[in-house]
Write a protein that binds this ligand. Sequence first.
Ligand SMILES: [Zn+2]
Length: 237
Amino acid sequence: MPCPYPPALVDRAVPVVVNLTGSGTCAVPSSRLSRRHSRCVIRNRMMTMEPTPISDEELYRELIRKIGEDPDREGLLKTPSRAWEALRFMTQGYEETVEGILNGAIFHDDHEGIVLVRDIEFYSLCEHHLLPFFGVAHVAYVPSGRIVGLSKVARLVNMFARRLQVQERMTDQIAEALEKAVAPKGVAVVVEAQHLCMMIRGVQKQNSRMVTSRLSGCFRADPQMKAELMSILKASE
Ligand SMILES: [Zn+2]
């Protein structure tokens, strides 16, 4: 339970401003307060101080220190800026939108069969460990009067991959983007990936792959379409 006293009453000797919780009371649990609420005062003073902006570089320098290394060692001097650049690159998908990618790349066409773009390589970052997971995505759809440029399908995969992700959500997002963009008769997305968080830590399984899929429309409702999809996926393996 937080300290119930308004900060101004906590210690008149120290000027205290309303804390950042906006409640006007101290956030320090009352069980941890001394009689004069000194911790409370300190906490409130800390909370009302202007946060010092930490540079991207200093963030990484601190991480390097935390693992017991010396960020001033010659080999590590440029690591913070390189690491930050790498992270920015790996998460550049936040700067793109589905609309931006598909703009001008949707065409009218009467094709009635399955369109499959397979083996689209991707590299993503698992949002639980910030470790890479990578593999291939197979994206198929059956047009209903509109098709999308093939390279755009790959770019869609890339956009969702270059974010903090879980494979399950990424699979759904690719399918939903395509469903929305060309309103096809059906969409199928299959993603196969290896996760470094499983390979190099935890259970350390080097050869396991995770497969996720999302089928909609005719791929879900029509067993024949589903069977055809499976056979062309298999045939092109
Ligand atoms: Zn993970």
